[in-house]
Ligand binder design. Structure first.
Ligand code: DX5
Ligand code: ZN
Length: 223
């Protein structure tokens, strides 16, 4: 299995963001996760496309942009132009989910839907053909450093079954990313449930040695 670790810069030092991104890529990050919050869809405020654009020269790996904004559509082109490779959004924040996915694809980005802990999997029905990745939230969105919600493991297993069925019919494999409370001591369980892409913010950026954390996660994933 080709596992990917996507460090969330939400927990990085914003005064030294370019350096932080270079360092975490040197430490083994496969993607860089950008948490975009608007103080409307979620009760917190982070950054817009200007930051992605500023970080682009430091990011030799794909930029994984998680939009926690409402509405969604107006920002898609700006983030794509700022260098986003993957853009995901929350379906309840878009009035026309199929259209928003189409706008992302039209920018030649990979597209994904983000499901909150209480959002059922059936929101994915009828749009799987437009999705490259499903992002399952294992905390409620808005803040880094929260604890992993254990029910997510059942949800990952159910989603893996659903996506395996779809892969058999279509030949397309859709990735499962999990976001929130991922640590060295639970990443193996999350992978065993069927996830392949792991967001980690506080687990990585709270430590001084990013490589040690990412290496420890890979050891767990290899078990
Ligand atoms: C929460 C964000 C997450 C968060 C993860 O809304 O989507 O990406 O930063 O942070 P940790 O790994 O600290 O839970
Ligand atoms: Zn996120």
């Amino acid at each position: 299995m080709n596992y990917r670790i996507s460090p969330s810069i939400l927990s990085a030092d914003f005064a030294r963001l370019g350096e932080e991104v270079s360092n975490v890529i040197a430490a083994g990050a496969d993607l860089i996760h950008f948490d975009v919050m608007d103080n409307h869809y979620v009760p917190n405020l982070t950054f817009g496309p200007m930051i992605c654009e500023a970080i682009k020269p430091y990011s030799s790996v794909p930029m994984d942009v998680h939009l926690m904004v409402e509405p969604v559509d107006d920002l898609i082109q700006s983030f794509a132009q700022a260098g986003a490779n993957i853009i995901t959004f929350h379906p309840e924040a878009s009035r026309h989910v199929d259209r928003s996915l189409g706008l992302i694809k039209a920018q030649n980005c990979q597209a994904g839907l983000v499901l909150n802990p209480a959002t059922p999997l059936h929101v994915l029905d009828y749009v799987l053909d437009k999705i490259d990745m499903v992002l399952l939230m294992s905390v409620n969105p808005g803040f880094g450093g929260q604890s992993f919600i254990p029910n997510t493991l059942d949800k990952i297993r159910a989603l893996r079954l659903k996506l395996d069925e779809y892969e058999q019919l279509s030949g397309r494999r859709i990735a499962i990313e999990v976001d929130g409370g991922i640590k060295v001591n639970n990443i193996a369980q999350v992978a065993a449930a069927g996830a392949d892409t792991f967001v980690a913010g506080s687990a990585i950026f709270s430590q001084s040695d990013y490589k040690a954390v990412i290496d420890a996660m890979r050891v767990e994933l290899a078990k």
